[in-house]
Design a protein around this ligand. Structure first.
Ligand code: PLP
Length: 497
């Protein structure tokens, strides 16, 4: 039985009424609900601007909700099986910062997979928490990092019984979900909080056919990108919480420290309406999508040189589950790298994929994906296969990066240490003072406080050569390392490092 209250869109309804009222706005924003014409307005129409207001009477405040935002957040929590929800206007990135800052104090240990998003590394810097990295399952053939096995978390918990929290990705960028139910139970039995990154899992909340959600298994908190797969506008996400372990006063203060005092009303409204659509139509439309995806996978699999991940992939990986809304396509047997295929798909067929790795490209599907889109994808792969599979000369040099460099200092200490800027070649055996990663998917080669190895240097060079964008903080190719000569390492440093 559907809950009739979910038909309500409290924030959007009020915003619409305000934007279309005959108000004289003497507040910000300065476009005054669309009275200052510009090129964007010529294209989109005035309505978008009429809905872009700040905090007029009746529209509540995101930092301390008491009216329509509070009501909308309650509906979101209920739709997702959570006890409480917080709307976010700076993506899941800000949710991750707030969840770690509010649960881990300086020097608290947090157990987390190495293939975390960069916002997690930033959260380590802000909170001062001490990372205890665990190794995800690695697929050398596909060149991707997957979920973390239950036993790996179990061992980390055994070795670090004093850890404050455990961090789980549900699912990874490539759709692999760890055994969240068992991991959560184990963590709770050991008095640890369970923090979940559901940037790629918003759709799970609206279908029984997808992996379990953080809230369903009783995890304490999840950051969920409604914008990625739930249909809301880019940058709109939610924090969901369950149970009594979360300190909501601390969470609120972390959020208010990190979020703008002028949150976008368009983003908030988009969360409100996306929740309604997903609640009432999600299940039916996801079922339809899964049938389409299944058919497409079967057709793609028949194309020479193309391999596809599906449910079978997780069958010999105990406890793992697979998000069937992700289409992971292995292309390297065509004699092309994922990076090349990613570029060709856009240039020749006007197909924009989510990301590329050495061996694969990834398509993210949602209830907005059409049959036509999938047909175009299949045709494009047939064409690529015709062109490249038979004539393939030599497989591109396939490489897989997976670094677990040695930690010398906490990320926070490295961030605050004096630094020097040196060319990549000169960083061998130095202590890194920044996170270096490729984007997407934003997984770090090395993070602040870790020692730079030969492999790290070679991997960075490899990706640069392949045309990837390396996110380091300097524009001139130099890398920030710790100036060891002038660094007085903080006395209270933890023992291990
Ligand atoms: C695994 C993972 N976590 C978190 C994020 C951050 O999410 P958002 O883009 O909503 O800030 C991303 C973004 O790509 C991600 O891939």
């Amino acid at each position: 039985m559907k809950d009739e209250r979910q038909y309500k869109t409290p924030f959007f309804t009020k915003l619409k009424a305000y934007g279309t009222s005959d108000v004289s706005p003497f507040d910000v924003p300065g476009h005054k609900l669309g009275r200052v014409k510009n090129d964007l307005m010529d294209f989109t129409g005035q309505t978008m601007f009429a809905l872009d207001s700040n905090a007029p009477i009746g529209l509540d405040t995101l930092g301390k909700p008491h009216g329509v935002i509070k009501e909308a957040e309650k509906l979101m929590a209920s739709a997702c099986g959570a006890d409480k929800s917080y709307f976010l206007t700076n993506g899941t990135s800000v949710g991750i910062l707030a969840m770690i800052m509010s649960t881990c104090r300086a020097n608290d240990k947090i157990i987390l997979p190495r293939n975390v998003h960069k916002s997690v590394i930033n959260a380590l810097i802000l909170s001062g928490a001490m990372p205890i990295f665990v190794k995800p399952d690695i697929d050398i053939e596909l060149g991707i990092a997957n979920g973390v096995f239950f036993e790996t978390y179990e061992e980390a918990i055994r070795n670090h019984p004093d850890a404050k929290a455990l961090f789980v990705i549900n699912p990874t960028y490539f759709g692999i979900a760890s055994d969240l139910a068992r991991i959560t139970e184990l963590a709770h039995d050991n008095d640890m909080l369970v923090l979940v990154d559901e940037a790629h899992g918003a759709q799970f909340y609206f279908s029984e056919k997808l992996p379990v959600t953080a809230m369903a298994v009783g995890a304490d908190i999840s950051a969920t990108s409604m914008h990625k797969t739930g249909g809301s506008l880019t940058q709109s996400s939610v924090l969901l919480t369950k149970g009594r372990r979360i300190d909501h006063v601390r969470l609120r203060s972390a959020l208010n420290m990190l979020q703008s005092t002028s949150p976008s009303s368009l983003l908030i409204a988009s969360l409100d309406v996306a929740r309604k659509t997903m609640y009432f139509e999600g299940e039916r439309r996801i079922n339809k999508l899964l049938a389409l995806a299944d058919k497409s996978r079967k057709l793609l699999k028949q194309i020479p040189g193309i391999k596809i991940i599906d449910q079978e992939y997780v069958e010999d990986r105990p406890g793992f589950d697979f998000d069937l809304t992700k289409v992971v396509i292995k292309v390297s047997d065509l004699g092309l790298s994922g990076f090349e295929v990613y570029q060709k798909l856009r240039k020749r067929y006007n197909i924009q994929m989510e990301l590329a790795e050495s061996h694969i490209v990834l398509a993210v599907l949602s209830i907005g994906t059409t049959k036509d889109d999938l047909e175009r994808l299949i045709l494009a792969f047939k064409d690529l296969s015709d062109k490249y599979y038979k004539v393939r000369k030599r497989l591109p040099r396939i490489k897989f990066i997976y670094q677990f460099p040695e930690t010398f200092a906490r990320p926070r200490d490295a961030f605050h240490a004096p630094k020097i800027h040196v060319p990549l070649e000169e960083t061998y055996d130095e202590i890194c003072a920044e996170s270096i990663m490729i984007y997407p998917p934003g997984i770090p080669f090395v993070i602040p406080g870790e020692i730079i190895t030969k492999e790290v240097i070679n991997d960075i060079k490899f990706y640069l050569k392949k045309g990837s964008i390396i996110h380091s903080e300097l524009d001139n190719g130099n890398i920030k390392i710790i100036d060891k000569e002038h660094w007085i390492k903080w006395e209270g440093e933890y023992d291990e490092f």
